[in-house]
Design a protein around this ligand. Structure first.
Ligand SMILES: N[C@@H](CCC(=O)N[C@@H](CS)C(=O)NCC(=O)O)C(=O)O
Length: 147
């Protein structure tokens, strides 16, 4: 299987960490693909209509995307303890934690765009606005909620 990946993507990293945790990382060929709202990547768009990584290319099956979907799929490929239990309270605890991870990744990416990547004039206005932004407190709340 091929994983379209981007080293600075928390979503892509989540899938690779998951693969390591369940012991199947050796089955993945990880290929770095640079893609962003300002850099269209045709190879990524060919597999994911949203143009985003991570994407998992499966042999003899359609590609799948979205880190949560990829993690759920990877969890079906091993016989060990499932990281996403099928039922019971363990399932809701795992999905709760997954939501926190997803929220942290989204907030982190949004902050990076606001503070680092936006053109200077927009960025300057944005940085002023960020003083009252809820992003830092979202980060704090998410981290508190898992500790
Ligand atoms: N919900 C998706 C989000 C994936 C995502 O936003 N990936 C970013 C990299 S951090 C991306 O590929 N962005 C390219 C774009 O927005 O065009 C997931 O969990 O996989």
């Amino acid at each position: 299987m091929i994983l379209y990946y981007q080293t600075h993507s928390p979503f892509a990293r989540k899938t690779l960490v998951f693969a390591h945790e369940v012991g199947i990382a050796g089955r993945l060929e990880v290929i770095h693909h640079e893609t962003s709202p300002t850099l269209r990547n045709a190879r990524v768009y060919a597999e994911n209509p949203l143009g985003k990584v991570p994407v998992l290319l499966r042999p003899d099956a359609t590609p799948i995307f979205d880190s949560d979907v990829i993690c759920a799929y990877l969890d079906t490929l091993h016989d060990g303890r499932k990281l996403l239990p099928q039922d019971g309270e363990g399932r809701w605890q795992a999905l709760r934690l997954q939501s926190v991870a997803q929220g942290l990744a989204q907030t982190g990416i949004a902050l990076r765009w606001e503070l680092v990547l936006l053109p200077t004039d927009i960025g300057r206005r944005s940085r002023r606005a960020t003083t009252g932004s809820k992003a830092p407190s979202t980060m704090r709340c998410c981290l508190t909620s898992v500790t």
